[in-house]
Design a protein around this ligand. Sequence first.
Ligand code: 5GP
Ligand code: ZN
Length: 113
Amino acid sequence: MDNCIFCKIIAGDIPSKKAYEDDKIFAFYDIAPQAPVHILVIPKEHIASVDGINDSNSGIVAHIFECIPRIAADAGLTNGFRIVSNCGDDACQSVKHLHFHILGGKQLNGEMA
Ligand code: 5GP
Ligand code: ZN
């Protein structure tokens, strides 16, 4: 997808610190971390947001969640972590390529919003 930052990161046109990669997904460290460990997990296929998940692409979401425990463990998150996906303007989604934040490495705030 032209002009999508995360598609450019997948292509290697924008550098990133990789946490995990396979043929379907890419995980990398957030450039502005909001926790000691802050990783973004994204599908290589461009999907705009959670709103763009449907019958024909939901398998990639299942695959992301199958991989998240290993990505988190490899990043040292042995005492828990939080998964966040901002969808749309009210949630302050700033990059319109589906992504799941993995946040951890400290005791997180109990309030989510
Ligand atoms: P959102 O606000 O859409 O839920 O999350 C987008 C995230 O992407 C933000 O946490 C932001 O820091 C991160 N981000 C934006 N541009 C880049 C970039 O070029 N590289 C990396 N590693 N993270 C980015
Ligand atoms: Zn994209």
